[in-house]
Design a protein around this ligand. Structure first.
Ligand SMILES: [Zn+2]
Ligand SMILES: [Zn+2]
Length: 271
């Protein structure tokens, strides 16, 4: 059942590309990236097999041997050059010419990087590495069991990554909030009225912004730390796929920027 998540993302990207012309280019690129990531996910399954079941939490395994997947990174770079916009295509072409020793360093750095750090939007090589490593993290996460932890924890219980997007799921007469990890896509429960960046709980300091255009997505911003995260309300739209709807709702990012809020975590396209 978990595997179909790739197809859900791909189909949702296609549907939203038709609906939102302003996001069409980004969504069509994302759709191609998700297709490549889907292939990678299943190839990692073949390459690493059951090895991940042995480790308590493979996501924290800094010594994971990435050599078996280096050649896949070469293929990934070839395929992405056919679909990527100019700057990312140039980075992919440049990286491809550098060969396996350089790929190894880059991928190891990406795998071991602090879950708190993220590639700068202009750093094409780091973005490519994280696009490649992300399905590996997701593959590992799907084979790990999160430790039960406090509900106020604002980082991923599996890999300590920061949340990319919030989700409201129906519960009883209302909705329950959870957060989705930007690195391994694990979803964990999180209280509703609290800033995931700084822990602010004062209602008057937690701003919510919605636009008529996207009734099911809102900006949750904090006036104490100035960070914001988008939350996708599945009680209002059960077809939404949070990581894709997050990408598509660009006008919400613009609103947040205009009001001097900073995104808690950029998505896999560096936005
Ligand atoms: Zn995670
Ligand atoms: Zn805050």
């Amino acid at each position: 059942m978990k595997r179909s998540k790739w197809d859900q993302r791909i189909e949702r990207a296609e549907a939203l590309a038709e609906k939102y012309p302003f996001a069409e280019e980004i969504l069509r690129f994302y759709k191609e990236v998700a297709n490549l990531q889907k292939d990678l996910y299943f190839s990692f399954e073949k390459i690493f097999g059951e090895a991940f079941n042995v480790n308590e939490n493979a996501l924290l395994d800094a010594d994971l041997n990435l050599d078996p997947i280096l050649s896949r990174f070469g293929e990934f770079l070839s395929r992405i050059q056919a679909i990527a916009p100019g700057p990312i295509r140039a980075s992919a072409s440049n990286l491809q010419s550098q060969g396996e020793p350089r790929w190894r360093d880059l991928l190891i750095a990406s795998w071991r990087s602090s879950p708190d750090s993220q590639p700068a939007a202009g750093d094409g090589e780091a973005l490519l590495a994280s696009m490649f490593v992300q399905p590996l993290a997701e593959f590992a996460a799907d084979r790990s069991t999160p430790q039960p932890r406090s509900e106020t924890l604002a980082v991923c219980p599996l890999c300590n990554g920061r949340p990319l997007v919030g989700v409201l799921r129906p519960e009883g007469d209302g909705a329950k909030r959870s957060l989705i990890c930007s690195r391994c896509a694990t979803e964990w429960a999180f209280r509703r009225i609290i800033c995931p960046a700084c822990g602010e709980e004062t209602v008057g300091k937690l701003a919510i912004y919605t636009a008529d255009q996207f009734a099911h997505v809102r900006v949750e911003a904090c006036d104490s730390c100035r960070y914001y995260i988008k939350t996708v309300d599945l009680t209002k739209n059960g077809h939404a796929v949070p990581v894709v709807d997050e990408l598509a709702t660009i006008p919400l990012n613009l609103w947040a920027q205009e009001h001097d809020y900073i995104k808690l975590r950029a998505n896999l396209l560096g936005i």
